[in-house]
Design a protein around this ligand. Structure first.
Ligand SMILES: NC(=O)c1ccc[n+]([C@@H]2O[C@H](COP(=O)([O-])OP(=O)(O)OC[C@H]3O[C@@H](n4cnc5c(N)ncnc54)[C@H](OP(=O)(O)O)[C@@H]3O)[C@@H](O)[C@H]2O)c1
Length: 330
């Protein structure tokens, strides 16, 4: 009994020591924020927009890339004169090249401390059979090829600063809950980031992956997702429509309206409006002396989706089937 208590006490002491050590290590920050440049993509709205303003407030030299001119003008008006904006389409290599030239002029010999690949789109999302190849490439071009192109073109600047790359994936990069290219693209971001981290740690570059759960932003707007779902439905051949168990063909009877409403309700309940949970993770990845490899952002990600991703596939299949509309197959 004495020995087993001793072993238990040693184990508890070891776990407590490890937890305290992890906490202290995790809290150590880098210094001289005001000397560090961070380049963020997709700053018109959502996480990118908030992160740009948050880092600007901490004194970082932020270069915020927006998709639209209006997005850039609005962000510039809402931040300090230190923050610079530029227009960037991540699907256009020439546009990325122009951004690299601009950023090189800003950072000079210091190099780029942080590259945040945040730009993304979600639509089209829907059953795989409803998609055409172009529906896949539209999303993959932004969410995956865009991330790879931006990273490859900016890497020399990041290498100069022995800086960080922060890639925004998703819990849908661990669990393929929906059809279409969104999950495919985020699994790709996870794989690309893992290889990049392993290849670049020799040069002092740290790579972190952000895995948000569900948050209320443009990419989770159910009205936009539903409108696009209708577009996909309307162009389906009649035999495919019939196979989904719907005979009438009006815009309102596509798929099963009540199921789609259930999906909308589930999304409404799932999505958190506190997007600072995500930007805090991004900030940690850029300011911690020892950034984490993966950040699960949001309680749904931490307590439900990420644990679910480790369970057998049939459990995830059950959850996906319960949450998503299903065809009325006889
Ligand atoms: N919201 C969530 O629940 C959630 C969960 C997991 C992961 N994510 C990921 O988080 C990232 C940020 O999304 P968000 O939720 O903050 O949504 P958001 O507000 O729509 O942000 C996405 C940004 O990317 C921009 N963008 C779209 N296409 C682009 C292109 N070709 N080139 C450059 N920029 C482009 C958008 O510009 P416009 O607004 O002008 O189109 C927008 O500023 C995305 O990668 C998304 O997949 C979001």
């Amino acid at each position: 009994i004495f020995l087993s208590h001793l072993a238990l006490s040693c184990l508890v002491a070891f776990v407590a020591f490890a937890a305290i050590r992890w906490f202290i290590r995790d809290s150590c920050k880098v210094d001289a924020f005001s000397q560090k440049h961070v380049f963020i993509t997709g700053c018109d709205s959502g996480f990118g927009n908030l992160l740009a303003r948050q880092l600007d407030g901490k004194g970082f030299k932020v270069i915020a890339a927006c998709f639209t001119e209006k997005g850039a003008a609005d962000l510039a008006a809402a931040s300090s004169p230190r923050l610079k904006t530029l227009q960037l389409d991540v699907t256009d290599s020439a546009s990325i090249r122009r951004a690299v030239e601009f950023v090189s002029g800003e950072v000079r010999e210091r190099g780029l401390w942080g590259l945040v690949n945040n730009a993304g789109r979600s639509i089209p999302i829907g059953p795989t059979e409803w998609m055409q190849l172009e529906d896949f490439t539209k999303v993959l071009d932004v969410n995956l090829i865009g991330v790879i192109d931006v990273t490859l073109q900016f890497l020399p600047l990041v290498k100069k600063a022995r800086g960080r790359v922060v890639n925004v994936a998703s819990i849908l990069g661990r669990l393929s809950l929906t059809g279409g290219a969104y999950c495919v693209s985020k699994w790709g971001v996870e794989a690309f980031s893992d290889s990049l981290r392993r290849n670049m740690h020799h040069f002092g570059i740290k790579v972190s992956i952000i895995e948000p759960g569900f948050f209320k932003t443009e990419v989770t707007r159910v009205d936009l997702i539903d409108a696009d779902l209708r577009r996909l439905w309307m162009r389906l051949p009649q035999d495919v429509k019939d196979s989904y168990g719907i005979i009438q063909m009006t815009p309102d009877t596509f798929y099963s309206l009540s199921d789609v409403r259930m999906q909308d309700l589930a999304m409404g309940l799932l999505c958190s409006s506190d997007i600072s949970k995500v930007t805090r993770c991004m900030e940690h990845a850029l300011t911690a002396r020892h950034p984490r490899t993966r950040y699960g952002a949001g309680w749904d990600a931490k307590l439900f989706w990420i644990p679910l991703s480790y369970l057998p596939s049939f459990v995830a299949d059950f959850v996906a089937n319960a949450l998503l509309p299903s065809p009325r197959v006889e």
